[in-house]
Design a protein around this ligand. Structure first.
Ligand SMILES: Cc1ncc(COP(=O)(O)O)c(C=O)c1O
Length: 392
């Protein structure tokens, strides 16, 4: 059982805000903020290099924390400045030739898809979108049928940025493994709201961010790369940290995932990320996932009875990202009116998941994303607020 009172005491802003924008950037708990502040204070007292030296054990421990979160090993983790850079480092390290196929899903995130397009333009590789099944999830039978020798990557988003979907990441992993195809998973919106176990999922690479459901600071993220694959991947860009300059005409790539990092980093943010991971692990991802689903279900059930609201979510086991539209009211107007009532939600544009938005003719959708620190009362406040907006 989650001790909601304690958790909320660690999250002072909940006294002022019904904060339901965790798919955007969650509220950081006080230990996360304290870890960052302490390090900034230390940097201002003794200088940035000395501060990093003094805190080197704690900084190293961040790799261990992220590894524990994923059921991976610390040498399989690279700490990055966001999920996009983490994903890019993995994707652009993969070699593609004309005719190679990249398989992805309908609700793939825009940042990833434009990178597919660029690589397709550069190399002649082809992007093939796996259709969704009747529930809206990636159709694993269709995926299986699409596999051939030309498929060089399966890259999907587990929990898309809107649309409530949870794609069958582990079922995709089984198929990828059975055919020996590298599997890159965007876990940006999954991390911190559900259990993430790279062994169970069977992914080879996984990217995630700090600021969303993990409740870490902005400007943080990480990349997991399975050890066996790591050795074969040359990062698309390197510096002398990733690959020490060992002789006049030679560099030597590090043999851990930190070959994807660079020398300079925001150490305060890294410590904040580590504190966020430890905070989530301390509560337990199982109970977090359960409570996220409970609150999201309550929201969906409540919204279903509000006139003029259309819930725009898909999938059999929807995530804590609740997307909807309201006839006659623009999404941005709904977000603004909720903000005026002390309720923080967001909007999500069709261009962030263009294919899914086209297939379903989606306009801008409102995105409400509860987290375990929210209460049932806050969910009901949003439902009541929306019911009050419905034109009579
Ligand atoms: C599914 C998904 N992938 C990737 C990203 C990018 O994450 P970041 O902003 O940390 O680079 C987002 C951000 O909203 C996202 O929703």
């Amino acid at each position: 059982m989650i001790d909601i009172d304690r958790i909320r005491a660690d999250t002072p802003a909940v006294a002022r805000l019904a904060y339901l924008h965790n798919a955007g950037a969650a509220l950081m708990p006080t230990p996360v903020v304290a870890a960052m502040k302490q390090h900034i204070d230390l940097e201002s007292e003794i200088g940035g290099y000395a501060a990093a030296d003094r805190e080197s054990d704690r900084l190293d421990a961040v790799y261990g924390s992220v590894a524990r979160l994923l059921n991976a090993a610390p040498d399989e983790i690279a700490l990055m400045e966001n999920a996009t850079v983490a994903w890019q480092m993995a994707f652009y390290a993969l070699p593609f030739r004309a005719g190679d196929r990249i398989l992805t899903a309908e609700a793939e995130y825009a940042a990833n898809y434009v990178a597919f397009l660029q690589v397709a333009k550069r190399t002649g590789a082809v992007i093939d979108v796996v259709p969704s099944d009747a529930s809206g999830e990636l159709d694993t039978s269709a995926l299986e049928r699409m596999i051939d020798d030309r498929v060089k990557l399966i890259a999907i988003t587990w929990v898309p940025t809107n649309g409530g979907l949870t794609n069958p990441a582990a079922a995709v992993g089984k198929i990828a493994r059975a055919h020996g195809i590298p599997y890159l998973l965007d876990a940006c919106q999954a991390i911190g709201q559900m259990e993430v176990d790279v062994e169970t999922i069977g992914c080879d690479m996984l990217s995630a961010t700090g600021r969303k459901f993990l409740r870490g600071p902005r400007g943080t993220g990480f990349l997991y790369v399975r050890r066996e694959l790591l050795k074969t991947l040359e990062p698309p860009m390197i510096d002398h940290f990733a690959a020490p300059w060992v002789s006049r005409d030679q560099y030597q790539l590090r043999d851990d995932a930190r070959r994807f990092e660079t020398w300079e980093n925001n150490y305060a943010a890294r410590l904040g990320l580590g504190a966020a991971v430890d905070y989530a692990l301390d509560i337990g991802l199982g109970p977090i996932e359960q409570r996220c689903r409970l609150l999201a279900d309550r929201l969906r059930n409540g919204l279903a009875s509000v006139r003029d609201i259309k819930i725009r979510d898909l999938g059999r086991t929807p995530s804590a990202i609740v997307s909807f539209t309201m006839d006659g009211l623009e999404a941005d107007m709904i977000v603004t009116s909720a903000a005026a009532a002390g309720i923080t939600i967001g909007a999500s544009h069709p261009s962030s998941t263009l294919i899914d938005a086209e297939v379903r003719s989606l306009p801008v959708v409102v995105r409400a994303s509860p987290h375990y620190y929210n209460t049932e009362t806050e969910i009901d406040r949003l439902i009541d607020h929306l019911a009050g907006l419905a034109p009579r």
